[in-house]
Design a protein around this ligand. Sequence first.
Ligand code: SAM
Length: 271
Amino acid sequence: MSEEFTHQARKRFGQNFLRDRNIIERILKAISPTEGDRLLEIGPGQAALTDLLAASGAQLDCVELDRDLASFLQQRFAAAEHVRIHQQDILKFDLHSLSPTVEPNSLRIIGNLPYNISTPVLFHLLKNHTLIRDMVFMLQLEVVERMAAQPGNKNYGRLGLMLQYYCEVEHLFNVPPEAFSPRPKVSSAIVRLRPHTGFPLQARDPDTLELVVRTAFNQRRKTLKNSLKAIMSAETMAQTGIDLSLRPENLSLSEYVQLSDVLSDVSGEEN
Ligand code: SAM
């Protein structure tokens, strides 16, 4: 970072800047960017990762909300034609606005994400999952554990199920608070998400799947029969062929897709 740039970290933007060289290099290794890549970095901040991403020669778009940081980055990369800085909120950023147009299954997204908005950012990006090749993120460890959780685990729930519906989720490694300045109060982890190209499981209507999963986990301790009666009749439940005396953490993603498909069929017939 240039000597003359001093920046007071802003809590409201979730600013915890990476300082540990080893961790920065491990993240870069996990991404391994090459010249032909199309990269998008969310929240580049003071360029801890951005410098190395830019050095790969890949085309790099960066979305940074903080005006001061965005203007610092614009100056820093003024001479680099392959790097573009967008001073915008990632939650309002449209991946289709990138120029030239992003080819399907090509965009590689990277970010040490502001923890307060990490889940909305993931769901915002997944609206355009067909454009994305992979994503490598730093997130709160607890969130990564929920994203990668399997049935029967206490962390298994809506976040993991919906992300695993769209992507392969890989918890890569953990990062301690000392790697940042200022230090966050929680531990962090690096996660890789690869959107499925040939969907292993395809729900007839992903919105219905979302509804079923959300309703099931609204009351974690209740049986599925009890929770799902808010959206399914006893007759529909019987058609699913699934043991609904179980708790929500005991069903696999494929069983949730099965539940959701029966509900989609019944709603389709009623309309
Ligand atoms: N990448 C840098 C690093 O690793 O040191 C900074 C990471 S810091 C945890 C999060 C960054 O995201 C900050 O630079 C912050 O200003 C930016 N940010 C916060 N909210 C944002 C939003 N809604 N859209 C884009 N960037 C945002």
